[in-house]
Write a protein that binds this ligand. Structure first.
Ligand code: UDP
Ligand code: GAL
Ligand code: MN
Length: 359
């Protein structure tokens, strides 16, 4: 491909100056057109449809460079199955994947897990006024969450009578567990670790459950959350901290707490509103966090972000095998940022002062 430099020296005549800017306006040479035709024929032969090329007569060199560049990326990705993102990291320094839209092939990954006949337990707590979130949570989960796979919801509440009647799909089950109400929201939130540890130990371990996810109820699904999220130990990057430096992370920095993380240490800041993994790994996680929470309570200290602080400490020393991007727990559906191409699951707006039993 030849690029003719614009000629210096004598001033160009006014009427032909447009033709004298060949750097941006050169017509395609014969050999370029041959290359393009060859590419198109190759595509046809293997049954691929490619974006329509600009007409060779009217095209400009830069159009063709862009076209050929895009076509080769497109060919490359389709022939090799390559996927990837360049605007976000999709792997941790310990080589765990970070799942973002554009890093996985949903059809392919579904077909792999379909052969395994898996069950995903999903826990959710709705105490006090939080039962109001259940309808949207369950209805949206039935639309987007592990569709086509066996899901068993375990719903903990102090008011079983307030549970909405949501129609569940095939191979979708719901077990309601009544638990006592508590009058501090922090205790409800932290108390989940102990209840989850016992649920896994006493019930799930005996059943055929492969994976477990533990989710906040003041949330709603808006897009696919599927088997791409499965792993031994899965953490979700907190939606407020995915693109900020570590010193902004709200880890517990008081050495008196078991959740203590020294300044300058840490990988990511994870949310406690969603985490999961294999039964064994999540059992170890919940047991460890419960023990650390108990030690803190005995020492009259409560970590800055409650069980989330302990979860972050846990993930620092027990690295998750897979991380989910904030697509898997966004701030609020009405907020957007460039890196988040799809909101799969999001906190819903809530008035804390109105729904919580205390401030
Ligand atoms: N929760 C509850 N009732 C309460 C307070 C909390 O059921 O009165 C449960 C509920 O599952 C909720 C989770 O604890 O999603 C965490 O609390 P919250 O969502 O208020 O914390 P945030 O996400 O706002 O930090
Ligand atoms: C808030 C969130 C809290 C906690 C905190 C951490 O946005 O509501 O639950 O995660 O961030 O700084
Ligand atoms: Mn929440």
């Amino acid at each position: 491909m030849s690029i003719t430099a614009s000629e210096g020296g004598s001033a160009p005549e006014a009427e032909d100056s447009a033709e004298r800017r060949p750097t941006v306006g050169a017509a395609l040479s014969e050999s370029d057109a041959e290359v393009a035709a060859l590419l198109l024929r190759a595509a046809k032969n293997i049954g691929l449809e490619v974006p329509r090329a600009p007409s060779p007569e009217r095209s400009r060199l830069d159009d063709w460079l862009i076209y050929l560049g895009l076509a080769s990326i497109w060919f490359g990705n389709h022939l090799t199955g390559n996927l990837g993102r360049t605007d976000v990291a999709s792997v941790t320094p310990w080589l765990a994947p970070i799942v973002w839209e554009g890093t996985f092939d949903a059809t392919l990954i579904d077909s792999i897990y379909k052969q395994q006949n898996i069950t995903i337990a999903t826990t959710v707590f709705a105490l006090g006024k939080y039962t109001r979130f259940l309808k949207d949570f369950l209805e949206s989960a039935e639309e987007h969450y592990f569709i086509g796979f066996r899901v068993h919801y375990y719903l903990f509440t102090d008011q079983p009578e307030a549970i909405p009647n949501v129609k569940l799909g095939q191979e979708r089950y719901l077990t309601v567990k009544k638990i006592p109400s508590l009058n501090r929201w922090q205790d409800i939130s932290m108390g989940r670790m102990d209840i989850l540890e016992k649920l896994i130990e006493n019930e799930l371990a005996k059943e055929k459950v492969d994976y477990i996810f533990c989710l906040d109820v003041d949330t709603k699904f808006y897009g696919r959350w599927g088997v791409e999220s499965l792993g031994h130990l899965v953490g979700v990057i907190h939606p407020w901290f995915f693109d900020v430096p570590r010193f902004i992370f709200t880890y517990e920095h008081r050495p008196e707490s078991q959740a203590y993380i020294p300044a300058g240490v840490g990988d990511y800041y994870y949310t406690a509103a969603a985490f999961g993994g294999s039964l064994k790994d999540v059992h170890h996680l919940t047991k460890t966090c419960r023990e650390q929470l108990n030690i803190d309570a005995a020492n009259s200290i409560e970590a800055v972000w409650h069980e989330e602080s302990h979860l972050n400490k846990y993930f620092l020393y027990n690295k998750p095998s897979k991380l989910l991007s904030p697509e898997y727990l966004w701030r609020d559906i009405s907020m957007s940022v460039g890196q988040v191409k799809i909101i799969r699951f999001s906190h819903v707006a809530k008035n804390n002062a109105e729904v919580r039993p205390n401030l």
